[in-house]
Design a protein around this ligand. Structure first.
Ligand SMILES: *Cc1c(COP(=O)(O)O)cnc(C)c1O
Length: 422
């Protein structure tokens, strides 16, 4: 077990990493609840639930048990030609909490491929109707994943640079704010008139990778309604926001409009297994029904609807609105609000925002996405036993629901200390 960092360097290539500049990777050998432990026995509070996945805490016994039982009963079977109880039950449970226009569930194995499927669904939806459409609409600074379709929809150029000439056709609109609503609507109208648009892809209410930036449900409702009138499909990317992060089960619960397609992953399986779903309305599904085989949706990944992932998701759903978890979700929301009020006027802070269990703090000082201030903050947090990964000059936390009051207080105290030091 010794020298894990050294052994790591020999053969491993890490995501989102410039290996010439990056320090050694920290070996994590154990995790439980809101804590992760390194190979020297130091603990770290997982302040972002390992990329918003482990919302019920690491190693939750209910989820471990459900996965273990599933493994011993049916490990895996391909999902073409066959079906299995965990996928069926998961579809039923998800239908009970998704907006009521959602009728069908398509499985993939990660967030990007859920988006990829949504985009392909939208393009083929029109193709099957003999209506060739070649353009997507997306928000500036959105993030939807790293495969080509998802990357096309993403507007964060720091990731897309080398691939820009190879992407799908996407036109962007700014996220609507109170004072820009009318101009954004006009811009959308012009786009709809001048392009053959297939879909509008968006992160509802919170743009995660952009720095936990919020926009209003009212504004988004207007954009969705405009797309609906123009006959353009709408795709809500709830991969980050899904399963209670913003307060209700889904961020789209704040909307009056209902999107045609919804993508879920991350907390879907509580961080225990890679799995994702793309759900859609009956109208979308019906466009694929035909006597012609080729009008079906010929998209598959080997591990689609993996039974062990479905079992983890089912156990997670049982926890999501359980008394114990709801108490914690409410407590975190309240604590975030109190902390936001406490630090709002700090001289180094330009804005503090909270929504559900998300707390984001913008600093006045600017820094690049991987700039030195960002790196200093990250190091400071880790040295103080907290895993927080600032996005540029935005410090944010999105803790597991099971985080204790004292662990949450330690995150706040560490942020306060960081503001004095950096
Ligand atoms: C993480 C994320 C994705 C991509 O999911 P992966 O599983 O990393 O491919 C897409 N959209 C949003 C909003 C995300 O947060």
């Amino acid at each position: 077990m010794k020298n894990l960092s050294e052994r790591d360097k020999k053969h491993l290539w890490h995501p989102l990493t410039q290996h010439r500049l990056h320090p050694d990777m920290l070996p994590i050998v154990k995790a439980k609840g809101a804590l992760m432990f390194d190979d020297d026995g130091n603990s770290y509070i997982d302040g972002i639930a390992s990329w918003y996945t482990a919302m019920y805490g690491h190693g939750h016994p209910d989820i471990v048990r459900a996965m273990t039982e599933q493994m011993q009963t049916l490990d895996f079977v391909m999902f073409s030609g066959f079906t299995h109880p965990p996928a069926i039950e998961l579809s039923e449970r998800l239908m009970a909490i998704l907006p009521d226009n959602q009728k069908k569930i398509f499985f993939n194995d990660n967030g990007s491929t859920a988006i990829e499927a949504a985009i392909k669904m939208a393009l083929q939806y029109y193709h099957n109707k003999g209506d060739k459409r070649d353009t997507l609409i997306a928000f500036e600074n959105g993030f939807h994943g790293d495969t080509f379709g998802a990357m096309s929809a993403s507007g964060l150029s720091s990731y897309n640079g080398p691939f820009e000439d190879f992407l799908l056709k996407v036109v962007r609109i700014p996220v609507p704010q109170e004072n820009t609503m009318d101009s954004v609507l006009e811009r959308l109208e012009t786009i709809l008139e001048n392009n053959a648009c297939a879909a509008f892809v968006f992160e509802p209410l919170v743009q995660g990778a952009a720095g936990m930036k919020f926009h209003s449900a009212k504004g988004l409702d207007k954009l969705i309604a405009k797309c609906r009138t123009a006959g353009v499909l709408t795709v809500a990317d709830e991969i980050m926001t899904g399963f209670g992060k913003t307060g209700p089960n889904f961020a789209v619960n704040f909307l009056e409009q209902r999107p045609d397609i919804i993508c879920l992953s991350k907390a879907l399986t509580a961080g225990m297994f890679p799995l994702s779903i793309t759900s859609c309305s009956m109208a979308v599904y019906e466009a694929f029904l035909s006597d012609e085989v080729a009008k079906g949706f010929f998209h598959a990944h080997t591990f689609s609807a993996h039974p062990i992932g479905c079992a983890a998701a089912l156990a997670g759903l049982r926890l999501l609105n359980s008394d114990a978890i709801v108490v914690r979700r409410t407590a975190i929301e309240k604590a975030h609000k109190a902390f936001a009020t406490e630090i709002r006027t700090h001289e180094k802070i330009s804005e503090v925002r909270t929504l559900g269990v998300i707390l984001a703090i913008d600093l006045k000082e600017k820094t690049g996405r991987y700039g030195t201030l960002r790196d200093r903050l990250y190091r400071f947090f880790m040295e103080n036993g907290v895993n927080l990964r600032p996005l540029g000059n935005t410090i944010y936390t999105l803790p597991p629901y099971v985080i204790t009051d004292s662990e949450l207080q330690h995150i706040y105290d560490t942020i306060k200390k960081a503001l004095e030091i950096v």
